[in-house]
Design a protein around this ligand. Structure first.
Ligand code: IMP
Length: 435
């Protein structure tokens, strides 16, 4: 079939953007299927860094169809900024749905979603989630409450006002309860006017995403489904409540793209050679000492969306085994191996203990996860990895041992290894889409 779902196996920021950019060479259609501009997918080509928040990471390849799927939430202001930046580079055309489409079913992030998101975080105090403040949670809440505005509504000027007014009513009741700033007449009118303009600018791109993807697949084209965030941030299966508000798992690519599950194909999990997390929530292998800071600096671990410093830690096999299991992973892409070069002795968490007993599985209860003691195995470090590698044999023996150990434990094949941020600084060992 030749299709592939690419997902993050940790807490996001695994380097999915650069992997999707590389694999897009072999795909015809690239689809974002959930989340919104809480994501920041970074692609570096010839020294030029592009950070994409909503547009699929296949967009730097001119001939691909890029799709923002029905499972996404779209902030029209951010999408337009991103599209205008890409249009200025000749990569998209805002007047034609040939190369870039936005699902008519995707929900719209409205200005009050962002205000509610931030007010909630303030109200939570020490118990905050550490959201990106982009209005993701409140937009998905309105979707589930069946009062959301979808893209097909946004492009109809006479539908915008009613939806905004009723949305503001709910938002104001929350803001009032949280001591936030409520919306009043003039501000509401200017939101409506702005949304109407944005809707008209986006109108040429709004289309039936599922039908377009299905037709492409029927015509023998290859589809790459691009996940955002990561398995451990999944609304149902992540470290709830310290999760995002969408489903990040491979199975959701079907619902979030509007196609049947038989179209999904293989599942590639992207993981960093160590762990990071941004925002609050349990992180058993976190290093809060100088080594953690050193890793943050070496790996330039600062959020691509918010600039927040990421928490850093050792690789966590119980968490990764869980991610591999619940995603049905067939292939692994291990990124940022170069960051560990020269870092000295390495550790990998091989199990969790709780009250002196080994846990058989990754616990769903965050209180348990917060209380576990990681069991570590130590590995000899390695000094240097080459900028580019043609085979695993080009890696130092200690780096190969580290990789082998991880791959053996996860029990699926290693298909990609990243040794630097730039396009081409990854070894692709299999035609991942073909299988
Ligand atoms: P939200 O998605 O903005 O609601 O944030 C919920 C949690 O998910 C927070 O811990 C965020 O830091 C985290 N998060 C959301 N998007 C990303 C991402 O793209 N990378 C890493 N963490 C993310």
């Amino acid at each position: 079939m030749g299709n592939l779902v690419c997902i993050g196996a940790q807490w996001g920021d695994e380097g999915k953007g650069r992997i999707v950019d590389r694999l897009s060479e072999q795909a015809d259609v690239v689809v974002r299927f959930h989340g919104g501009n809480n994501a920041g997918h970074t692609v570096v080509v010839d020294g030029v860094t592009t950070v994409l928040h909503l547009v699929p990471s296949g967009v730097l390849h001119k001939s691909k169809l890029c799709v923002i799927g029905p499972g996404c939430v779209v902030d029209p202001e951010v999408l337009l900024q991103e599209l205008e930046m890409l249009a200025a580079r000749g990569l998209v055309d805002l007047t034609s749905p040939e190369r870039m489409i936005v699902s008519d079913q995707a929900h719209v992030i409205l200005p009050f979603h962002k205000r509610v998101d931030k007010a909630r975080e303030v109200a939570r105090g020490a118990g905050k989630i550490g959201t990106t403040g982009r209005g993701i949670g409140p937009a998905y809440e309105d979707k589930a409450a069946r009062r959301g505005l979808r893209m097909h509504d946004l492009i109809e000027p006479d539908r915008v006002a009613d939806a905004v007014r009723s949305g503001v009513m709910y938002a104001n009741s929350v803001l009032e309860a949280l001591d936030g700033e409520v919306y009043k007449g003039e501000e509401i009118e200017s939101i409506i006017a702005r949304l109407r303009q944005q809707g008209q600018k986006l109108k040429p791109l709004v289309d039936d995403a599922g039908a377009r993807i299905h037709a492409a697949a029927q015509a023998g084209k290859r589809v790459l489904f691009e996940g955002a965030q990561g398995a451990l941030l999944d609304l149902d299966h992540g470290t709830y409540p310290f999760v995002t508000s969408s489903n990040c798992l491979a199975a959701h690519a079907s619902v979030g793209a509007g196609v049947g599950p038989n179209l999904l194909g293989r599942v590639l999990a992207v993981l960093k050679a160590y762990s990071t997390r941004v925002g609050e929530g349990p992180f058993p292998t976190e290093m809060t000492d100088a080594r953690g800071e050193d890793l943050r600096q070496r790996g330039r671990e600062f959020g691509a969306t918010t600039g927040r410093p990421r928490r850093t830690g050792w690789l966590d096999l119980p968490a990764l085994e869980y991610a591999v299991r619940i995603n049905g992973v067939t292939d692994l892409a291990i990124t940022k191996l170069d960051v560990l070069a020269g870092y000295g002795e390495l550790k990998v968490c091989t199990a969790y203990e709780l009250d002196g007993r080994r846990l058989p599985h990754f616990p769903h209860d965050v209180r348990k996860l917060q209380a576990v003691t990681p069991v570590y195995e130590s590995f000899e470090g390695f000094d240097k990895v080459p900028d580019r590698i043609a085979s695993l044999d080009d890696l130092p023996a200690a780096a190969r041992r580290y990789l082998n150990f991880v791959v053996q434990r996860l029990g699926v094949r290693l298909s990609i290894v990243g040794v630097g941020p730039g396009r081409g600084q990854e070894l692709v060992m299999h035609d991942v889409l073909a299988g």
